[in-house]
Design a protein around this ligand. Sequence first.
Ligand code: ATP
Ligand code: MG
Length: 183
Amino acid sequence: MDTDRTGEWSKGLVMVYTGNGKGKTTAALGLALRQIGWGRRVLFIQFMKSKDNVYGERMAAEKYLPLLEMEQYGQDEFVDLSSPGDRDAALAAAAMKRASEGLSSGEYGLVVLDEINVAAACGLVEVEDVLALIAKRPPHVDLVLTGRYCPDAIMAKADMVSEVREIKHHYAKGVPARKGIEF
Ligand code: ATP
Ligand code: MG
């Protein structure tokens, strides 16, 4: 098949999924699947999510997708966005360090920084540090940043920004988070 139609790998893109509707993390997972189909390794770093939680996507990676590495850097409890704690900050710093190493290693075709926009918006990570990550990525690496409230400075550096807007969500009529749908 002609791969040129989709461009050279050397023209990596920076893509943002933001907004208040459902579908940002799952969009990033969809891109991960596409890249894996082309034999590219994917590093999927999740800010503010806990290793102790069960996620269908992580089980899928462990069981069926050796090219997909998923890592969580967060606590069990939700982060208080108005005043994140020291533990939250330490975990976010560890996630940034791993993101930086993973990007500059050049080993991954796609790096996903899931919920990093929220971490930047609430001050858990510095917007400047996110911009530095974007600037230093090798040209063949595609980079995806997800999460609500994406700071303008990050969107300005992206090649693609999609805002998922809530029209309705089952949560509003009392449907709790469900396996296979939310996790
Ligand atoms: P998904 O992981 O399903 O793609 P998301 O990444 O777009 O969703 P987040 O903003 O990261 O959503 O929110 C995390 C969780 O909150 C998800 O499990 C999602 O189902 C839920 N959620 C997303 N949007 C809404 C909403 N508008 N109302 C209530 N819950 C929501
Ligand atoms: Mg999400």
